[in-house]
Design a protein around this ligand. Structure first.
Ligand code: AN7
Length: 368
């Protein structure tokens, strides 16, 4: 019988802090494609998959956590929610607040979020304030608002967010039949690497469900977590917060990650690492995904792929393994980068008259 995906809370209810009575706020998030990356597999000699999170309702992985955070907000009797964001969290919060019937305020760094994300927050009716500061400054303010004012904080410092986002790991194991050997992803505020590691750990051991007793282990192993930051915004590589983070990948332009300790734990417990890639490497990977794999992502989302390509060039990617890369947000969020050529010039589509012979000639076609 045909099955409609019910969103991550209902699909994984027995592994989330919800009950039968919970009023679930969902837009049908999760259930995203795990796409075999043919060219990356050829390159590395490993089997590489892309977890395409741009296919979520608002176009990024944030929706997995937002369904939980908004459900928790409603449960707590909140009337309004607030978040700081480099763009995707605000788009997601605005949409889910609308679904929940809550007011939503979002704080974004002025001039540093993409047009697509800005328009989503506005379209969904959020009150959007552009702060004269960076994401880290926005998050400081949002946390203080959550502590001292009647607004519910839906950033990933809210544990409900991490609970929802761990379902990405569940879906990958469910699709592959076991955990991959290596999991690669971009790292910004570090909620996602923390959430994936939590998910992989929970799936690799018996789990005490609040509603369904002891659930057996689903996977036989956990992957090494390989995180990649943008070189200009790489506090984990520096070993300390960065006060002036800078990168064209605005999604991950973050200098003082909130989930610092859990990200370090994910890195170390999994036997992985967190490294950096340059903006140049990010844009090359962005082009690789579009032109070779058929997957359109936003620049920040390409950081994991950039990292894999870089590690391969250094001879540090094993062959014969299973590797999953989370590509976190849709290319339509920030489409301008696709219209730039490698030398930085703007792509100009060729203009033709309304005439089949000229069009055929321009396409190099001969009449058959
Ligand atoms: C496309 O929206 O922080 O390491 O405020 O949008 O879990 O922060 C976005 C982060 C990766 C990094 N890829 O994830 C926000 C925000 C995309 C993103 C990240 C983000 P985390």
């Amino acid at each position: 019988m045909a099955h409609q995906w019910r969103g991550v809370i209902r699909e994984y209810a027995d592994r989330l802090p919800v009950t039968e009575a919970t009023k679930v706020i969902t837009l049908g998030e999760g259930g995203t494609p795990l796409v075999h990356a043919q060219k990356l597999s050829e390159l590395t000699g490993s089997t590489v998959y892309l977890k395409v999170e741009g296919m979520n309702p608002t176009g990024s992985f944030k929706d997995r956590g937002m369904t939980m955070a908004m459900t928790a907000a409603v449960e707590a009797g909140a009337k309004a929610v607030v978040c700081a964001s480099t763009g995707n969290t605000s788009a997601s919060a605005a949409a889910y607040a609308t679904a929940a019937g809550l007011k939503c305020a979002v704080l974004v760094p002025e001039g540093k979020i993409s047009m697509g994300k800005l328009s989503q927050a506005i379209a969904h009716g959020a009150t959007l304030l552009q702060v004269d500061g960076n994401f880290d400054n926005c998050l400081d303010i949002a946390r203080k608002l959550g502590e001292s004012y009647p607004v519910f904080l839906v950033n990933s410092v809210n544990p409900a967010r991490i609970q929802g986002q761990k379902t990405g790991a569940f879906e990958i194991v469910d699709a592959l039949g076991d955990a991959p050997d290596i999991h690669v992803l971009p790292v910004g505020n570090a909620g996602n690497i923390s959430a994936y590691w939590k998910g992989y750990k929970e799936y690799s051991a018996p789990f005490e469900s609040a509603t369904a007793g002891t659930l057996p282990a689903v996977s036989t192993k956990t992957p090494a977590m390989w995180g990649f930051q943008a070189a200009g915004a790489a506090p984990f590589v520096a070993g300390h917060p960065i006060t002036e983070p800078d990168t064209i990948a605005t999604a991950i332009r973050i200098g003082n990650p909130a989930s610092w300790d859990t990200a370090i734990a994910a890195r170390d417990e999994s036997g992985g690492f967190i490294d950096a890639v340059t903006d140049e490497e990010i844009l090359d990977a962005h082009r690789w995904l579009s032109a070779k794999e058929g997957v359109f992502v936003e620049p920040g989302s390409a950081a994991g792929v950039a990292g894999l390509i870089k590690k391969h060039a250094a001879g540090e990617v094993p062959s014969g393994k299973t590797i999953v890369i989370t590509v976190t947000g849709h290319g339509l969020k920030d489409p301008q980068w696709a219209l730039r050529t490698e030398d930085g010039s703007e792509v100009q589509p060729v203009k033709v008259p309304n005439d089949v012979v000229t069009v055929a000639a321009e396409l190099g076609l001969e009449e058959s």
